[in-house]
Design a protein around this ligand. Sequence first.
Ligand code: ADP
Ligand code: MG
Length: 697
Amino acid sequence: MKVPEIFGSLVFNDAAMKERLPKGTYKALKKTIEEGKPLDLNIANVVAHAMKEWALEHGATHYTHWFQPMTGITAEKHDSFISPTEGGGVIMEFSGKELIKGEPDASSFPSGGIRAMFEARGYTAWDPTSYAFIKDGSLCIPTAFCSYTGEILDKKTPLLRSMQVINVQALRILRIFGDTATTRVETTVGPEQEYFLVDKEVFKQRKDLIYCGRTLFGARPPKGQELDDHYFGTIKPRVSAYMKELDEALWKYGIYAKTKHNEVAPAQHELAPIFDSSNIATDHNQLTMATMKDIANKHGLVCLLHEKPFAGVNGSGKHNNWSMSTNTGRNLLDPSKNPRENIQFLVFLAAVIRAVDEHQDLLRISVASAGNDHRLGANEAPPAIISMYLGDDLSDVLHSVMYNEAYTKKDAPIMETNADVLPNFVKDTSDRNRTSPFAFTGNKFEFRMVGSAENIACTNTIINTIVADVLSDFADELERVAAEDLTAAAEDLVRRTLLAHKRIIFNGDNYSEEWAIEAERRGLLNYRSLPEALPHYTDEKNIRLFGKHGIYTAVELRSRTEIILENYAKIINIEALTALDMSKKDIVPAVTSYIKELAETAGAVAALPIDNVSLPEVALVKKLSDLLSCFFKKIENLEKAVMGAKDVDGVAETAMYYRDHVLAAMQELRAVADEMESNMAAKYWPYPSYGTMLFSV
Ligand code: ADP
Ligand code: MG
């Protein structure tokens, strides 16, 4: 297999368009893509025809508008290309109208009260900035999704809006600094995707994995991740075969799958692509997640994307690497050789710092999900407190700006290997900080709080919007300054910004308890869970921010808040019902069977002619019976908690109730079940153990 030959072979990409479209059509389409101009129907007809011919040659029989509703996953409804002819035959047809607009029934997608059932109509609209591709015999056309009344119902539209807004504001800054060559600034994203692989046969025996994607029970195995022997360890042959096929499938979709390795927890792995524009990176990440699951299935495996499938070992996240780059190929977060003198870089950097400090709430909200709550704010990285890591080098630079002090660049130290065969090398002047939620990593920021199963559109919509908002303020100020005063004025702006927002910078260990205390002293937010965070989405400040930049109307923001809160309650409800089902149908019968065997054995042993023996079987029966009584109570408590949810009014209150009562009752139930599992004969326990799940592949 030659990679360059298969790369993008299932994509109607620029090369395919150039080859198949008449010159004039190609140019008009490019204009649409590059300048965001509306597409003429005549041109759409020509594009649709070429796209169909290409798709048919590649074995497609159907087409679908592929979109990202608020469910978090992608949605598709497939139509075949067939059109009846006289005489009972068919021809394959596809029109420009079908390409640019679809009308799926919107009533079955979450809308958060925007749309009444009788206004079921919804529209999908082609996003020509993301290429169409073929998946399972269908031509997939990336589209945006909105309601009949025009409110957006998806995750792509706000992202595209935010990219447009930051483009405008970043260009203003570039013009101020004399850049007349750049005509577009695009945000770039490289999402590192973590996941777990478990054996399919093992998976099938766990109702919790099937219904919830995470284990609700399971005693600690003798070995977890304490030896640190999995991270970057040799990849097992079965996993390696999986990764190989996954890479090939992704390459065919034109996805730059680049890095693959084992992660910290047993059975945990990571895949990172080369970064792309935010919009493409988001579409590709959705497609990557779907492909990961498909390919796993072929290998007798199941890919778990849940943020916390297993207690006691690390959960999975998705590092969202973010930057801005110009169409002339410049990365605006590249500090260059001498960042102290690079005032334009400092302005962009200061904008990000202020944006993160002012909108900690939104960043936290952008990654809130029932699954991610098990990572953020629990005993795992990163914490729910937003802070930024800049490293020693950049911190020195900013210190010198803030306090008007001279800056001397530290020389990069030479690392002596002291072995003749090894070369000495130049060390980076600052180390990395793996614990920071928002870290500057050389020429980009890495936002590490995103959950592995989440759509990155939401996070990037928010990063783009909050940075654009500050850039627009900066531009308002600097546009008024005379050219000869610009450097001094910009430096002053950076200084004031840093002094006002330096509390958000923290270069230390984010996992430590001292940090939580220090962060509180600094007045940083700490929303430990989704029900605490989400109600702030519609705070006055946020309605104003999103309204000002045309990202969300107040109605859209309220609807999103409602959808997310409702979704949280629904997920915990499903988990609770699953836990009850497993407890009553499987766990209780298993424990009673084992007790019966022990009791019978005890009886038989007691009948033997031996004097005064204290029977271990009896002790074990006693222990398990006690645990079982306790377990019964916990089942009852959970049942009551689930029933009680019906009496709670309001989506925010309901979500909070689920966290405080239902989730809490589930945790107590689990603790007793795990204790029983540890005391049971393996053959009686109804589910594969943690050891089997984590080490079976
Ligand atoms: P790590 O050590 O965190 O794995 P890497 O340098 O390997 O860091 O990069 C991780 C991710 O960051 C990759 O997906 C990469 O493409 C992405 N990345 C690199 N530069 C940029 C950039 N300018 N904008 C967005 N993402 C970037
Ligand atoms: Mg990383």
